[in-house]
Design a binder for this molecule. Structure first.
Ligand code: MLT
Length: 393
């Protein structure tokens, strides 16, 4: 039997009354073999710090997540070929997606399109479906966004890489531009996985524990990702940054931004993009995107405001001892980067998050279904809830 990781004292804690009704915050419930999040060091993919991997090709990072080791050049070449073979969507899938309603948030369309894909192309094999979904998800996402937004992108080109293809297939005025390609690639790599307990991943694994197939489980994950406290935060953060820009103008001073933040807090209004359930430092994914913003887009009005929000927001929120994480998270800047690099459509940002996160969730589902507990798989999720009478509320 494979050696089990050491459980630290901190991990083996007793559940107390105050831990109940707290969204399972911080409870250890299982293992994750693809990634981990350290409160002070941030995100690791298979034990490697994510900032060290952002210049890798996306396929090399996905290989690492999938197989658990760094592939040789030959292995990566073969993996790329395999993904390309698996990538095309059937005509039937495309036709059915184009008949879905466009009402409501486009994440609903994206979740529904995963069910359609599974109905038509699912293999009922977690391993095969995992690789197929990783290969197909950029095409599916581009198809959904283009259909919803009325954009026209280019067709899939087997000579291009994973994200190069996506940047070309995604329509819009900057379709396929080098800036957009760079931003989408970075965004994609940074969002593949974030430990085992983020809401969409947890939900997907839970649904799969009832032996629902890969596509149904991922559709459920994407419904979880759609909420504003989870994946839709990137849309809300960009809209917040735009609102601040409209209110104070691009040349606002730091103290004007500080005053705006203080006023919003006094009026019980949200300051978007700060804090995280696990992190207690600036989200290293955000740091990477702030670096790109400073290097390439420092003169853009949105970036000027986003950078000032970062310093002033951290300063003001740090004054409150009750706020355990006053630092910006990835959503604080990811939407700004997508926007200034040529994709200024916030309603689609959560789909871009989903295209990436399905990679990690699918891999974690493979672990729980086929590898965990000496290959028996985790049993159906069934945590315990204590009965409480309503009068005692
Ligand atoms: C994520 O990337 O999923 C978010 O940062 C939320 C989380 O980790 O809980």
């Amino acid at each position: 039997m494979a050696e089990q990781p050491q459980l630290s004292e901190e991990v083996l804690f007793t559940i107390k009354r105050e831990n109940l009704d707290s969204g399972l915050r911080g409870y250890p419930v299982g293992y994750c073999t693809s990634s981990s999040v350290d409160p002070n060091k941030g995100l690791f993919y298979v034990g490697r710090k994510v900032p060290d991997l952002v210049h890798w090709e996306p396929e090399k990072v996905i290989f690492l997540l999938y197989y658990g080791y760094e592939g040789t050049d030959q292995e990566i070449k073969a993996f790329k070929e395999d993904l390309k073979k698996r990538a095309p969507l059937s005509e039937k899938t495309i036709q059915h997606i184009r008949q879905l309603p466009k009402d409501g948030h486009p994440m609903k369309l994206f979740s529904a399109s995963l069910l359609v894909l599974g109905m038509i192309e699912g293999k009922n094999d977690y391993h095969e479906d995992c690789l197929n979904v990783i290969a197909k998800i950029p095409l599916l996402g581009a198809e959904v966004i283009n259909y919803h937004g009325g954009f026209k992108g280019k067709p899939f080109d087997p000579n291009l890489g994973y994200m190069e293809n996506f940047a070309n297939m995604l329509g819009g005025p900057s379709s396929g531009s080098p800036d957009l390609k760079e931003a989408l690639t970075l965004f994609n790599i940074l969002h593949y996985d974030h430990g085992g307990g983020n809401l969409s991943t947890f939900i997907g694994k839970g649904v799969a524990s009832g032996l629902e197939d890969m596509y149904g489980s991922l559709a459920a994950s994407m419904c979880a990702l759609a909420g504003p406290r989870h994946g839709r935060a990137n849309q809300d953060c960009l809209e917040f940054t735009e609102k601040v820009l409209n209110e104070v103008g691009e040349n606002a001073t730091n103290s004007q931004i500080e005053n705006l933040i203080r006023k919003r807090l006094a009026d019980n209004e949200l300051i978007f993009g700060f804090g995280h359930a696990v992190l207690r430092v600036e989200d290293p994914r955000a740091t990477i995107l702030y670096e790109l913003a400073k290097k390439k887009y420092a003169d853009k009005p949105l970036v000027k405001i986003a950078l000032k929000l970062k310093t002033e927001g951290t300063k003001v929120l740090s004054e409150n001892p009750k706020i355990s994480d006053p630092f910006p998270n990835v959503d604080a800047i990811s939407g700004t980067i997508l926007s200034v690099s040529g994709f200024p459509y916030p309603e689609y940002f959560t789909i871009l998050f989903g295209i990436s996160r399905c990679v990690g969730i699918a891999r974690q589902i493979v672990y729980e279904r086929l590898e965990a507990r000496d290959k028996k798989g985790t049993p159906i999720y069934r945590p315990k809830y204590l009965y409480k009478s309503r009068e005692s509320n």
